[in-house]
Structure formats: C-alpha cells, structure tokens
Design a protein around this ligand. Structure first.
Ligand SMILES: NC(=O)c1ccc[n+]([C@@H]2O[C@H](COP(=O)([O-])OP(=O)(O)OC[C@H]3O[C@@H](n4cnc5c(N)ncnc54)[C@H](O)[C@@H]3O)[C@@H](O)[C@H]2O)c1
Length: 339
C-alpha cells in the first residue's frame, strides 16, 4: 500500500453500516465511495457522516474510478459472493460481514477468487474481538484446565423479530448459530470433524421454520461440543454470546450471562471430590473490540502483511459447521463436516 491513509469503498449502507463508519473514520481510512442498490441509502449515510464521496448503485463504476485498497462488504448474505468476487477481481482486498455466504458453493467460489486474484478476503466475526472472549482463548491456550474434552454452549432467547426470520427455514442455525460455531473454534482452537444435529420447531413457536436445535460436534483431538439453542424460549434468557462450560482434563472454565469467566481446577490428588482451586483467567490486551477490532486486522495486513485470523480459508470452516448441521438435520444422522 503506497498511500499514507488506506482508501476503501463501503458496499451496503443498511443497518450494520452504522457500526462500521465510526471505526473507519477513527482510523482515518479514506472512504472513497458508498455503494448500495438503494442509492438514497448510500447518500443518507454520506450525509450522516459528513462524507463528500461517490454515492452510487454501480459497484463496477466505484471500483474503476476510486481504485480502493479494500472494500467493506456489508450487503445481505445472499449478495456476499457476487459483491466480494467483483471487488477481488476489481483489485481490492475485502473485509465482509458474517456469514461468509449463503451456501458452501458460494463460499468456495469466494475462496477461489481470492486465490486467483491474490487479494485477501477476510470475514468480520465481531464476537472474536471481545475482551472476555480473548481472555478465555488465552486462558484455555495456557493449559489452565488441561487438554479440552467437553465443550458446551446453551443459547436460549425468546426473540420476536417479525420480518424475514419468521419465514426462514432454519433461522437459528442459519442466522445465529454461525456466531457460536465460530466462537467455539476461536475459544478452543479446535475444528469440527462431524456433526449430528436435530432441528425442531417447539410447540407454540411464532416462527414458520425450525428455530431450535440440538447439535453434537466431534472436534479435532476427540473433544465433543454440544450446542443447544432456541430463539423461541421465554424466560431465563441466556446471553446472546451463549452460556459456556468448557471442561478439560484438569478443570473447568465457566462463562455465563456475560459475567467474567471463572476457572476451577484440581489442586490435589485425593478424595471423592478432588480439592479444587479457583485461578484467575489470563487477561486480554485487545486494542479494540467488535468491528473496530476486525478493521485493525485488515489495516495491519495492508501495512505489515500480517494475515487476519478470519481470512477466508479459515472462516469457511465455521460456515461449514452451519451447512453440515443443516445437512445432518435433513438426513437425520451424523455427517462429516465438509469444507
Ligand atoms: N456482526 C454482527 O453482529 C451483525 C449484526 C447485524 C448484521 N450483520 C450482518 O451484516 C450484513 C448486513 O446486515 P444489515 O442488518 O445491515 O442488512 P440491511 O438489510 O439493513 O442492509 C443491507 C444493505 O445492503 C444493500 N444491498 C443488498 N444487496 C446489494 C448489492 N448486491 N449491492 C449493493 N448493495 C446491496 C441493501 O440495499 C441494504 O441497504 C449481513 O450479512 C448480516 O448478517 C452482522
């Protein structure tokens, strides 16, 4: 990158773009264009943030006339593949919102485009850039609970969205579980090898499709990840991050209700219940959180060539957990997680 400040275009000026403009401006990224099928939405965002930039519904024009270092793809999941591939082919690196794509075929096409063009494509999984999550990852990596054996995440929320989620086939697995599936990979450093998923639509549900699921994943190294989730569950909501219990050969890490994570581990080798001690988690030193944290990884790549953790070859493994779970539910049996 030759410019003092990197130049980007933002594609998609809907709801989530409101979380991206502030960190882009704070990091002094030049926003050369805002592209949206609804040109008025692009213009409204430019006005809101006082930007004198091209506002258009023509992505090719924006790429040609502004020659950005990178594009920020904030479109709907069904558009991610076309938009991201066009940007990569137009010479820009891409940072895109989760989920990577609306199908594995689309995701593979995006990875192939990144390889063909030599341009980087990374996905923003905002929950990775969270100080508690970063602390859990460091704590588990330090061996505080020993080798990981049993990973559990519960997600129970009564969510009355109205709109497209009420009509989707698999709203929980497709629209929400990607966060928890990516999180288990981030927290533990383990990958999913197989899955058995049962989706269902609980009695009294206000959704048309299956909005609840129980999944069992076999992870690398033999650990088992059990995931129970529902978006149609009234009372005693869990955190949106899920409530976690992570068990290792020597202890347990508990992360519930977004409270600080706690670790208990064995402190002696006698007794029916072994004596336990509580130890402090390893602190996080994350510079920035959420979308800002993701953006910093793109900027570090541009300046120093450091590859972001959610580069597409890695993130497709999280997406594969989603689509393999759906396949398992459909065939009503365990399936390999295929990338
Ligand atoms: N990280 C998070 O926690 C989080 C939260 C909300 C949304 N998201 C993700 O952000 C993305 C966008 O969500 P949103 O809530 O902003 O949606 P939205 O519907 O509010 O906005 C999407 C915008 O993209 C535009 N668009 C669609 N196709 C396009 C195309 N081909 N070219 C140009 N513009 C196009 C639409 O006109 C719309 O303005 C989704 O992938 C969603 O999953 C992430």
């Amino acid at each position: 990158m030759n410019r003092a400040n990197p130049r980007c275009i933002v594609v998609g000026a809907g709801g989530i773009s409101g979380a991206w403009f502030p960190p882009l401006l704070e990091e002094k990224v030049e926003i050369a264009a805002i592209v949206d099928l609804r040109k008025d939405a692009a213009e409204a965002r430019a006005k809101q943030y006082g930007l004198d930039c091209l506002c258009t519904d023509d992505l090719d024009l924006a790429l040609r006339t502004t020659a950005p270092d990178f594009a920020v793809d904030l479109t709907v999941p069904e558009a991610h593949a076309d938009v991201t591939v066009a940007c990569l082919q137009g010479g820009a690196h891409v940072i895109g919102e989760k989920p990577m794509a609306a199908s594995m075929d689309q995701a593979r096409r995006m990875v192939a485009a990144s390889e063909r063009t030599g341009k980087l494509y990374m996905v923003s999984q905002s929950r990775r850039w969270d100080r508690k999550h970063d602390s859990i990852r460091r704590t588990l990596a330090s061996g505080a609970v020993g080798d990981l054996t049993t990973l559990c995440c519960d997600f129970f929320i009564g969510a009355h969205f109205g709109g497209f989620r009420d009509e989707m086939d698999s709203p929980l697995i497709l629209d929400m579980a990607i966060h928890h599936f990516d999180l288990v990979r981030f927290l533990t450093g383990l990958d999913a090898e197989w899955v058995y998923c049962h989706e269902f639509n609980p009695k009294g549900s206000w959704y048309r499709g299956d909005v609840a699921a129980v999944c069992v994943f076999g992870m690398t190294g033999g650990a088992v990840f059990s995931y129970r989730g529902s978006w149609c569950s009234e009372g005693f909501h869990t955190s949106w991050n899920g409530d976690w219990r992570i068990v290792g050969t020597n202890g347990t890490l508990l992360y519930q209700g977004d409270a600080d994570p706690r670790v208990q581990r064995v402190a002696g080798d006698e007794g029916f219940h072994r004596p336990l001690e509580e130890v402090a988690p390893v602190p996080s030193d994350l510079e920035a959180t959420g979308m800002h944290g993701a953006l910093l990884e793109m900027l570090r790549f541009l300046r120093e060539g450091v590859r972001p953790q959610t580069e597409c070859h890695d993130n497709i493994r999280s997406l594969a957990m989603v689509f393999s779970a759906l396949e398992s539910s459909k065939v009503d049996g365990p399936v390999r997680v295929k990338i």
